[in-house]
Design a protein around this ligand. Structure first.
Ligand code: GDP
Length: 197
């Protein structure tokens, strides 16, 4: 997919105030500092559509970006670094779960995971929650440039082993690096295929 236009439309903390358009939406979410803003900038080929920073927890709103006048890229707030698994309701603000559970336009959520880390309880719980609510999701592994190919395979394998304890199959996943422009076409093609179906 060629990105011809990408524009910021709204920020808000109320799922009911999101754009009224019936266009398909794709949400991006993950732990703070996972590389979400960098990934959004890579996907849209814009240097600072989403703000990047080294400071965790900066984006605390639901941000809608209109892409090609055809679909919305939705940047959701990053969630915390909970070491001990907490209930999803405690990790997320209410408006995020309301958005995920009630937004009819949401086609799929992309859960971003830093490829360097072992599966984290908070990420697993979030995927579990999405599954229980019947919200389709894919995994985007970020920062792949930080690992050698063999280590990438091993980390993906760790994820598969853990997820296959509760899931019948591994969700769709993508390996990306915003610094090295890896995985962009795959993610965009996937969105394109869902938009066509
Ligand atoms: P966010 O908080 O999830 O939006 O994360 P950012 O996009 O702001 O990135 C957090 C930090 O990770 C920044 O210091 C980025 O430069 C760095 N980062 C993001 N993506 C990549 C990547 O693909 N490779 C590497 N090596 N660093 C990255």
């Amino acid at each position: 997919m060629h990105i011809k236009s990408a524009e910021f439309i709204t920020s808000n903390s109320d799922a009911a105030k999101c754009p009224k358009d019936r266009l398909p939406e794709y949400a991006f979410i993950g732990r703070s500092n996972v590389g979400k803003s960098s990934l959004i900038n890579m996907l849209t080929s814009r240097k600072s559509l989403a703000k990047t920073s080294g400071r965790p927890g900066k984006t605390q709103l639901i941000n809608h970006f209109l892409i090609n006048h055809d679909w919305f890229l939705v940047d959701l707030p990053g969630y915390g670094y909970a070491k001990v698994s907490k209930s999803i309701k405690k990790v997320f603000q209410k408006f995020i779960t309301q958005y995920l559970e009630q937004r009819e336009q949401l086609v799929t959520a992309f859960v971003l995971v830093d490829i360097r880390h072992k599966p984290q309880p908070v990420d697993q719980d979030f995927m579990q929650y999405l599954g229980e609510k019947g919200i389709p999701f894919s995994i985007i592994f970020t920062k792949a440039d930080k690992l050698k190919p063999k280590a990438i395979d091993n980390h993906v394998e760790d994820y598969k082993n853990i997820l296959l304890e509760t899931w019948e199959e591994m969700p769709n996943y993508f390996i990306t690096s915003s610094s090295k422009d890896i995985g962009k076409e795959e993610v965009l093609q996937y969105i394109d295929s869902l938009n066509q179906s």
